[in-house]
Design a protein around this ligand. Structure first.
Ligand SMILES: [Mn+2]
Length: 418
């Protein structure tokens, strides 16, 4: 019988990278947002202390050593010292932005911290008392690594772990041969991911704190428990203090303002009830059904709703902050509008030509001011096909906003495209 033990696996702290995607930050959230990456990382180290784990695996990208100020290094140093007092080891492999050889040479890391910077695989035996309880095969990020073949262990090794950082599915996790490795502690993905196969687990803990609207949902780390028979149990632990939670709400085009408020309030209260000790950031996306109705598409209307949501649910520290509220273009517009001999009719027919003929280039750069840099144009002028439809729908809506203000649809019959 071997000894049971436990460890934490975390990666991609990106301590110096702030939360993005808010056009304006209310004053009561400034400190919370600025500290979120540190608070999330602190929760990981608190967990290591509370659980008295044997070691912590850090799979790279803790902070950008080239760009970050001293706060990140000072933070890690103090956390590592906390762990040192409890005799908890740290194994830290380099990601793309944190090669530990860039660690300030004047600051010595405590002895409990082992760093892996090279691209070749090093082996470290982790001991408890005199006995080896796990073998760590670790390497820093290696750009040219395309397979997991560099990592392999002997079948008799005590609990072999591979620790490294890979980028954008540099190698296919599903193709990893177990190579006698029991646990693949990987970094480089911001979304957690786990794959178990024949006695081996391939695991990404993801970032402990989402930073962008697309990094929505809970974020955290993994705590791994190995029992005396060698059986491994992996548990995800949420650590984020700020969480993006986009909300899609389906409404009718002709919804009344109070009805919509009731729907949004119900949703917001449910979210508030499900989460505590955490700030929720919401981008609201309203999708509509039914015949086009002008009132909900009035900007003052949606601005008023957003303010109302903020006042109702958003003024406390650990509440819900509504970042934006978007109403998606309707499925269809009244067909008579397309037939009208008006500027609106002409405009919608022009948009319709682009919608039905993909060979017509959008050539958006013709409409940009001369002061915009040429290399920027390269990205804007050639719109990808996936977003072409969205842009044209949005263009139709802009036209309607100016040219159809105050109109009510007259006909029941509608066309398929907005
Ligand atoms: Mn990363």
């Amino acid at each position: 019988m071997a000894e049971s033990f436990k460890f934490i696996h975390a990666s991609d702290f990106h301590l110096d990278a702030s939360i993005q995607g808010l056009a304006e930050i209310p004053s009561h959230l400034k400190q919370i947002l600025a500290n979120a990456p540190y608070d999330a990382a602190t929760r990981i180290f608190d967990l290591a202390m509370a659980e008295r784990v044997d070691f912590v695996l850090l799979a790279g990208d803790l902070y950008n050593m080239e760009l970050a100020g001293p706060r990140s290094a000072a933070f890690l140093l103090s956390q590592f010292e906390r762990l040192a007092e409890k005799n908890i080891a740290v194994y830290w492999c380099a990601g793309t932005v944190d090669p530990p050889d860039r660690w300030p040479s004047s600051i010595e890391l405590p002895e409990n911290v082992v760093t892996f910077t090279s691209s070749y695989v090093e082996q470290v035996a982790h001991r408890r008392g005199g006995e080896v309880i796990a073998t760590i095969h670790a390497s820093g990020y290696e750009e040219s690594r395309r397979t997991s073949a560099d990592f392999s262990a002997d079948i008799n090794d005590p609990f072999p772990i591979a620790l490294t950082h890979v980028v954008n599915d540099q190698f296919d996790s599903t193709a990893i041969e177990t190579q006698n490795i029991r646990y693949w502690a990987l970094g480089g993905r911001h979304k957690a991911n786990k794959l178990e196969k024949s006695g081996s687990a391939v695991s990404y803990p993801g970032t402990p704190q989402g930073r962008l609207p697309r990094e929505s949902g809970p974020r955290g780390c993994k705590i791994c428990r190995v029992d005396s028979t060698g059986k491994l149990k992996i548990q995800a632990v949420e650590t984020d203090t700020v969480r993006w939670k986009p909300q899609k709400v389906a409404i009718a085009e002709n919804v009344k303002k109070q009805e919509l408020k009731d729907v949004l309030a119900e949703r917001a209260m449910k979210i508030a009830a499900d989460t505590n000790e955490i700030t929720i950031l919401i981008n609201w996306f309203l999708t509509t059904t039914g015949e086009f109705h002008p009132s909900i598409r009035n900007h003052e209307w949606s601005a008023e709703l957003l303010e109302w949501l903020r006042d109702e649910f958003g003024r406390s520290d650990r509440g819900i902050w509504s970042v934006k509220l978007e109403i998606e273009p309707p499925d269809s517009l009244p067909i008579t509008w397309y037939e009208e001999d008006t500027i609106l009719g002409e405009y919608l027919r022009a948009v319709g030509r682009y919608q039905s003929d993909d060979s017509l280039k959008l050539a958006l750069h013709d409409y940009l001011p001369n002061s915009v840099e040429v290399d920027l144009l390269a990205g804007i002028g050639h719109v990808k096909n996936t977003s072409r439809e969205e842009i044209l729908r949005a263009a139709a809506m802009v036209g309607i906003e100016y040219l159809a203000a105050g109109r009510e649809p007259k006909e029941v019959e509608t066309t398929q495209n907005a």
